[in-house]
Write a protein that binds this ligand. Structure first.
Ligand code: NAP
Length: 246
């Protein structure tokens, strides 16, 4: 599975799963636009991508801001002349049970996790349509399928991502653009490291494969879906969760 000289944009790639995906794509010989709201961590991941002998461009952009997303895609086209792969990974959580959930918690999560992929997809797709080729991978969550306690805004945004993925798969199939979603379970990232141990350990015990996942576990599937070895997969929502909450 080789992504020789493909150009990939990965959002939220400064750390965690996005960084893991960016490095996996670089290992498979893609050039990577490392986009993140945090310019400093984006530059750090870009340096790691270059260590694979690939080109990297670090771009600061907030996916909830349409103007910043359009600027990021323009900068990508200026540097590389094309976009072959879009990985929509940027995401946030604002946890609270229903009665404590504020409008701000709701709006921020929906703006980044769901409206963000509308912005990035709309900015990138005209170029993929013209090329009659493209791969889009949306990083949803197992919670988009199962729901969860204390994160209804997050689960709703992640379920929305699955609906958007399937709709885009239908709309864009005739341009040879594949659109799929990955549903990670519990993955070892800074997001997870914020959860107290007494809450985390019992959840880990529920995972049939007996461990949390790694960013590389997600990167492996993202790279496969972005490759020419997955031409007949579109509109899929694939769990990478060690069997957790299957
Ligand atoms: P993370 O460690 O918090 O990394 C997310 C990255 O996205 C951070 O660099 C963050 O920057 C950036 N970001 C936040 N808001 C952004 C915005 N508006 N525009 C652009 N970038 C933004 O999270 P992660 O665990 O790697 O999660 C990555 C994705 O996987 C998310 O969509 C998450 O919902 C999903 N996921 C994660 C897990 C898990 O167990 N970790 C499970 C299921 C799904 P700052 O740090 O500066 O905010």
């Amino acid at each position: 599975m080789i992504l020789e000289d493909r150009v990939a944009i990965v959002t939220g790639a400064g750390q965690g799963i996005g960084r893991g995906i960016a490095l996996k794509l670089a290992e498979k010989r893609a050039h990577v636009v490392v986009s993140d709201i945090n310019g400093q961590t984006a530059r750090e991941t870009a340096t790691e991508v270059r260590a694979f002998g690939r080109r990297a461009l670090a771009l600061q952009a907030d996916v909830s801001n349409r103007a910043q997303v359009e600027k990021m895609v323009q900068a990508t086209l200026q540097e590389f002349g094309t976009v072959d792969i879009l990985i929509n990974n940027a995401g946030i959580a604002r946890s609270a049970t229903l009665l404590k959930l504020t409008d701000k918690d709701w709006d921020e999560v929906l703006a980044v996790n769901l409206k963000g992929i509308f912005h990035t997809t709309q900015a990138v797709v005209p170029h993929m349509m013209a090329a009659r080729h493209g791969k889009i991978v949306n990083i949803s969550s197992i919670y988009g399928r199962t729901g969860t306690l204390g994160d209804s805004n997050y689960a709703a945004s992640k379920a929305g991502m699955i609906g958007f993925t399937k709709s885009m798969a239908r709309e864009l199939a005739r341009y040879d653009i594949n659109v799929n979603a990955i549903l990670p379970g519990m993955i070892d990232t800074p997001l997870l490291q914020g959860i107290p141990d007494h809450y985390l350990q019992p959840m880990i015990e529920e995972i049939p494969l007996g461990r949390v996942g790694t960013p590389e576990d997600i990167g492996n599937l993202a790279a496969f879906l972005a490759s020419d070895e997955a031409p007949y997969i579109t509109g899929a929502a694939i769990e990478v969760a060690g069997g957790w909450r299957m």
